[in-house]
Design a protein around this ligand. Structure first.
Ligand code: TRP
Length: 360
């Protein structure tokens, strides 16, 4: 099964993001100004959700690795964006999925999530009111996951995922329950920012909502974000190739090396570059800065680079300077939020009853 972006867009009909609509939440957010969101699954529902302000934002993270890289940055920014008008927001730790598909023991998942994932998400700007839970501990998921199994056929799974296995089927019933369970309280739209590779889950979830007679849920909305390519310029940044990713945080000397090895959209020779300028679309540094550098200098530098007025090396020097400052600030916040988590200051729930207490 080919889950590449082009394939999904073409074959399964995704729609382009309507920026006028999203501007109503906050037109000054860089995701909006720079058009960093790409597609939506459920544009009708998105419109309805924003018009009625009746939505929550929810995403999940798999605690399968001790480090987070820049590839995850866009999803966190998107959660932060929708958080501005959502009734509440949830980031769940997919420990059931991590156990089944990556063999991570539950205790290990917890340790990694408390030490890395949750503090990182908060450090990158998510509200301290964000609600967290672990899949294995949220007992309200079971009712929905069970009903998913009753309504979805093996062929439905096959159509969506191609290769199926008991592990994947079980994980995806949980993922559907994650997306929908807040609606056990009342009908409210789920807005789900994720990588486009998660679209099969959204499709299956929407099929399930249409089929089930046990619950009356509103359809979930998938929001897909522009990817950050790997350092070699291919596809997207991923943890499976650590030398090809920038981690959060990253040591300064490693950061420098990685930035200077990153694929550049500049001309091959200086003459060519001065004449034709850089192709920013394929320039890894540009694609990172686009998400990270909110200063006006970003526009000035990338314009000069695009026109060939500055060379790739100068643009990389600037990227290093921006990311170095970013990492310093990030490290401080990470320390603060690790402590915040240790002191038990995050909101963590274990059931729908507990969720009720935190929403108006
Ligand atoms: N499958 C997602 C991943 O691999 C994690 C996840 C689990 C998730 N449940 C979710 C994402 C619900 C969004 C919504 O990263």
């Amino acid at each position: 099964m080919n889950n590449s972006e082009e394939n999904i867009v073409e074959k399964f009909g995704l729609e382009k993001i309507n920026y006028d609509l999203l501007s109503r939440i906050d037109s000054s957010d860089i995701l909006i100004k720079r058009k960093l969101l790409t597609y939506v699954r459920g544009s009708k529902e998105l419109e309805e959700a924003i018009n009625t302000k009746n939505f929550y934002v929810l995403t999940g993270v798999m605690p399968s690795f001790e480090k987070i890289h820049f590839g995850t940055f866009g999803v966190i920014k998107a959660v932060k964006f929708f958080q501005k008008s959502a009734k509440f927001s949830i980031v769940l730790v997919a420990d059931v999925e991590a156990y089944l598909t990556r063999n991570i023991p539950y205790e290990k998942a917890k340790e990694i999530a408390y030490n890395i994932h949750i503090p990182t998400y908060l450090s990158l700007g998510l509200s301290e009111k964000t609600i967290f839970y672990f899949q294995s501990e949220n007992k309200s998921l079971i009712k929905i996951a069970t009903d998913v199994a009753k309504n979805i056929t093996l062929n439905n799974f096959r159509e969506v995922y191609g290769d199926i296995s008991p592990e994947r089927i079980y994980s995806s019933t949980f993922q559907i329950a994650d997306i929908l369970f807040p609606q056990l309280i009342r009908k409210i739209y789920p807005i789900i920012p994720v990588g486009i590779d998660q679209d099969p889950h959204l499709r299956l979830c929407r099929d399930y909502v249409r089929k089930t007679n046990s619950f009356d849920f509103l359809l979930p909305i998938g929001i897909y974000i522009k990817t950050i390519p790997s350092l070699s310029g291919e596809e997207k940044m991923s943890k499976s190739k650590p030398e090809d990713a920038i981690f959060l945080p990253e040591e300064e000397n490693v950061l420098r090396k990685k930035i200077f090895s990153a694929f550049s959209g500049g001309g091959i020779t200086i003459e060519e570059h001065r004449k034709k300028g850089a192709n920013l679309d394929i320039d890894v540094c540009y694609r990172i800065l686009e998400f990270v550098d909110e200063s006006d200098k970003f526009y000035e530098m990338s314009e000069k680079y695009r026109k060939g007025e500055i060379l790739s090396g100068e643009f990389k020097e600037y990227t290093f300077y921006v990311l170095q400052n970013f990492m310093r600030e990030f490290r401080e916040k990470l320390e603060y939020y690790r402590d915040f988590v240790k002191k038990g200051n995050i909101i963590e729930i274990h059931s729908i009853e507990e969720l009720k207490e935190f929403i108006e």
